[in-house]
Design a protein around this ligand. Structure first.
Ligand code: NAI
Length: 385
């Protein structure tokens, strides 16, 4: 059984789907691996490291697709690669399923495409395959460093003979995996942190990290809804959105740094910071919009660009922060993929560590495979949101 790695086709994506360490693990399990030449270069993994780990190097993506039964990728496959898929091949990656325009092609080719973002996250046996968590954790950390770099004052309090330096005031909006790591990182740098989320369960987590919870009033009905969504965001009422905007407005008028992380799987990100609030913020304050790639939490943010408002507020449209930590984010992503790939094999075959005897055991009734497969048996299987 051969596993292929296709190179990202965008300069803004530096990650690679499998690392040399992952290749070693897969070789031990009896797989063969073929890597498109240069696929790991931007994450500091040269072809020679893959060769030393036991992978073959292919000169083109077409060659990888020709040889491999399982094809791994970071984002969706380039269209020129999808064209060459054949029936029975498996594609695994962060396929951005709800905005993916190639699902019909995957289905028509007879490929089984697994979108890693659809993992059932509360399932304990799936946690070591959770790419959203592994990438968001690193992104939350790096977002704080990006903000610190853009900000023209320090984060910690300093007492110096020339005067006292006040700690930076940081506000985090959206306290999932990325937001929690952002709080922890900002606290470690000595900032004063406030945070908010529409999941009431996040309050305790914020406080346990030393942050102050920004409370938005919630009706009894909304509190019930919040409990029933399995940890994901619920759809807030107009009243909640209005109250939230007022809380955000007050907090941001005083803030030095704002990091927004709010996403809704399969939908555009909610707008949390409006122009009227930006206009009240201090010159030199910095916003990092981690949802810039999915519509943006901050009015006016532009993916992969930093803009400055007329009153001197800088808005960083951080569409793909994990790519900025490509070596580490690739390591964790590759581990997630190896853990998933091993579950796709027939149990009898994995007992025998010989490449020839490994067999795919695709089973749409399996709760992980069934949740991740967006195409199988020539059908698109993605439920509408
Ligand atoms: P995400 O990336 O989908 O969104 C980030 C945060 O923004 C979430 O906390 C969400 O509630 C919040 N948000 C969305 N819309 C908002 C709005 N309009 N106003 C304010 N906040 C808003 O979140 P992530 O990090 O993917 O986590 C999603 C959920 O999955 C969380 O409940 C998290 O605790 C849970 N989770 C559970 C795991 C487990 O049980 N093993 C592992 C990872 C995540």
């Amino acid at each position: 059984m051969k596993i292929g790695v296709i190179s990202a086709d965008s300069a803004s994506e530096k990650r690679v789907a499998l690392t040399p360490d992952a290749v070693k693990k897969l070789r031990k399990l009896g797989f063969e691996v073929v890597i498109q030449s240069g696929a790991g270069q931007a994450a500091y993994y040269a072809d020679e490291l893959y060769q030393a780990a036991g992978a073959d190097i292919a000169n083109s993506s077409t060659e990888v697709v020709k040889q491999a039964q399982i094809i791994t990728t970071v984002n969706d496959l380039p269209a020129a690669v999808t064209e060459h898929l054949t029936a029975g091949q498996v594609v695994i990656g962060m396929l951005d399923p709800y905005r993916n325009s190639q699902l019909d092609t995957y289905a028509a080719k007879g490929a089984t495409a697994f979108a890693m973002e659809l993992l059932p996250r509360t399932l304990s046996r799936a946690q070591n395959m959770d790419v959203l968590s592994s990438q968001a954790n690193l992104a939350g950390y790096k977002a704080v460093l990006l903000a610190a770099n853009e900000y023209s004052r320090p984060f910690p309090m300093f007492m110096t003979s020339a005067g006292t330096v006040k700690p930076a005031k940081v506000v985090i909006l959206g306290v999932g995996v990325a937001g929690l790591q952002a709080i922890a990182t900002a606290k470690r740098l000595g900032a004063v942190v406030e945070a908010s989320d529409l999941r009431p369960a996040a309050k305790e987590q914020v406080e346990s990290l030393g942050g102050k919870w920004l409370d938005v009033p919630m009706s009894e009905d909304e509190a019930q809804k919040a409990k029933a969504t399995g940890g994901y965001a619920w759809t807030p009422s107009e009243q909640y959105i209005k109250d939230q905007a007022a809380v955000v407005d007050k907090a941001l008028s005083n803030a030095d740094i704002v990091i927004t992380t709010a996403q809704i799987p399969g939908r555009d990100a909610p707008r949390l910071v409006h122009g009227a609030t930006l206009a009240k913020m201090k010159a030199g304050s910095v916003l990092i919009d981690m949802a810039a790639g999915t519509g943006g939490n901050v009015e006016g943010s532009v993916p992969d660009e930093t803009i400055t408002t007329p009153n001197g507020v800088r808005i960083v449209g951080a569409a793909n922060i994990p790519s900025q930590l490509a070596a580490q984010s690739s390591d964790l992503y590759a581990n997630n993929l190896v853990n998933f790939i091993t579950t796709l094999m027939a149990p009898a075959a994995t007992d025998d560590a010989s490449a020839k005897t490994l067999a795919l055991n695709l089973d749409m009734n399996d709760e992980i495979q069934g949740a991740l497969a967006v195409t199988h048996d020539n059908q698109v299987r993605l439920a509408k949101r």
